[in-house]
Each structure stands twice: as structure tokens, then as C-alpha cells.
Write a protein that binds this ligand. Structure first.
Ligand code: TYD
Length: 142
């Protein structure tokens, strides 16, 4: 049995409108990302050895874009599968559906990680204990 949401994780290449004045990237809800954007936040100033995220969300979907600098995103399905994605372009993001475990790490000094979310912040939909996540995923698979 598989956590099907894990298989929906993918990189997204956004169109770049570039000319001699520079670049511009547009991200529109339900067009460039597969949800309406209800919230944005960004993470910067994290040391290289810091691991952020370390949670799964019951409801929220995210798209993460390193608008400056670089970082890595580790994704786990809670059933033994995991993948690592590199965010190193301001016009490339990763789509993270709900119910996948994610770790963000290896931040460059200039990293600004923009996060687009499908939901308003609700701490109660965050699963912050990996063992609990594994348990929930295994229960749902039955
Ligand atoms: P946290 O979930 O630890 O961030 P990360 O996913 O980067 O590791 O959030 C850090 C703090 O910010 C925590 O006290 C909760 C708060 N917070 C909000 O109030 N709203 C939000 O949308 C987010 C993402 C975090």
C-alpha cells in the first residue's frame, strides 16, 4: 500500500518573464499552483545545520520556492519512501500535498524560502511527531 499523496510531490517550473530589465515570475492560485493561496510566509536567516519543517500537515498543501539562495527539502511518506529535492532557482518550486513529512535544511546564507499555503495557519493540523505521522499513515492505509 502507498501513501498516494507522496507520489503527488513534484517540482514546478514557473514561467520567467525576462528582458533586459531583469526577471519576473508570477505565481497565481489554481493556475500555477494547484490550490488557492490563502497564506504566504518566508524563512530566512537559518544556519546551514538547522533543520526546519519537521512536520506533516493534515490539511495544508504548500509550494516552496527559494526566491534567493538554496536549500533542500526532504520528503517522506511515513511508509519508508523518501526523496530529496534541491531548491536552487527563483523560478522553480516544489509542490507538497497534505500528509507528507517534510524537512527543510542545508540553507545557504542568502536563502529566502518562500512558502505558499492552501490554508490559514492552524496549529492543530500540524503533526510534529514523526512516530505519530507514521501511525496515522498506517491507520489510513487499512
Ligand atoms: P514552524 O512551524 O516551527 O516553522 P518551520 O516550518 O519553518 O519550521 O513555525 C515557527 C513559529 O511561527 C511557530 O511559533 C508557529 C509560527 N507560525 C505562525 O504563527 N503562522 C504560520 O503560518 C507559520 C508557518 C508559523
Amino acid at each position: 500500500m502507498i501513501n498516494t499523496n507522496y507520489n503527488r510531490v513534484h517540482m514546478i517550473d514557473f514561467k520567467q518573464y525576462g528582458d533586459e530589465r531583469g526577471h519576473l515570475v508570477v505565481v497565481e492560485g489554481m493556475q500555477d499552483v494547484p490550490f488557492e493561496i490563502k497564506r504566504i510566509f518566508y524563512i530566512y536567516g537559518s544556519e546551514k545545520d538547522v533543520v526546519r519543517g519537521q512536520h506533516a500537515n493534515r490539511k495544508s498543501q504548500f509550494v516552496l520556492i527559494n526566491v534567493a539562495g538554496t536549500s533542500k527539502v526532504g520528503v517522506k511518506d511515513g511508509l519508508g519512501n523518501e526523496a530529496i529535492f534541491v531548491l536552487n532557482r527563483p523560478h522553480t518550486g516544489i509542490y507538497l500535498p497534505n500528509m507528507v513529512w517534510k524537512d527543510m535544511y542545508d540553507f545557504s546564507e542568502d536563502s529566502v524560502l518562500l512558502c505558499l499555503a492552501s490554508e490559514h495557519y492552524d496549529d492543530s493540523e500540524y503533526i510534529r511527531d514523526y512516530n505519530e505521522f507514521v501511525k496515522i499513515v498506517n491507520e489510513e492505509k487499512r
